[in-house]
Ligand binder design. Sequence first.
Ligand code: MN
Length: 255
Amino acid sequence: MRKILLCSLYCLSLTISAAAQLVLGNPSNAIKDVNNPDNFLVVRPEFILSYNRSRGTANWVAWHLTVSDIGPIRKDVFQGDPLLPKAWRISSTGYKDSGYQRGHMCPSKDRSTTLAINRETFVMSNMQPQTKQHNEVAWGNLEDDTRALVKQGNEAYIYAGCYGNKGRIKNKVTIPTFCYKIVIVLPEGNNDLERITENTNIIVVSLPNTDTVQSDWRQNPASIDEIEKATGFDFLSTLPNAVEKALEKRKAPKP
Ligand code: MN
C-alpha cells in the first residue's frame, strides 16, 4: 500500500515537472523510441532533452528556472547518460584530448539545491564540446545574467542547444559551430502560458563556438526565426500564433 502511494506521488511529481519544462512545446517532436535515435526524448525532473545519436549530443535541452532551484551545491561527476541505451552513451572521457571542454547546456548552478539533483546535470547528454572562451566566458556570463534576473523576482523557460559541424571527436561527437539559447523571462507567477505576450522579455543568442567569441553575449543577438531556420526545430509552438510570430522575429537583445 505504502509502495503504491510513494510511486504514485513520485510519478505525479515527475509528470508535473516534465509538463512544466515543456510548457512551450517539444521543438522537434522528440519521442522515446530506440528507432528514433537522432531525436530521442529523455525526460528527467531536472531537464528534458532530445538526444541525437549521430551527433553524440542533444538537439535541444529544456528546463524551467526559479530562484528555488539555485543553491550552493556543485560536485563534478561527469558520466554517460544512464537513460540512454548503452551503445549510444558518450563516456565522461569522451572529449579527452580534443581541446574542447565539456560545456553544460542546463547549467550546474541552475540545479544546485541537492547533490542528487546537481548530479543529473553532469550526464554527458547535457554536454556539448565548447571552446574555453565560449563555455567559461560568453556562455557562462549569459548563465550568470539569467540567474541574476531570476533572483530579482522572475522565472524563466530556457531552451539551449548547438548546431553546425566543424569536426568530430573520435568519430563519436560532433563539434558545433554555434550554440543557441532562448530564454523567456516572466515575473514570478502562475498560469505562465497565458501570461506570455508579444511584449514578454526574451533573450535569444547564437554564439560562435570559437576561441574569439565576444565575452559579452549581447554582441551576438539572434531571433528565434533564425534559430528555427538553422536547426529545423519549432520553438514556442504552444503559444497563440500571433504571439509566437511576434516573439520569433524579434532580435533579442536588440542590436
Ligand atoms: Mn515556433
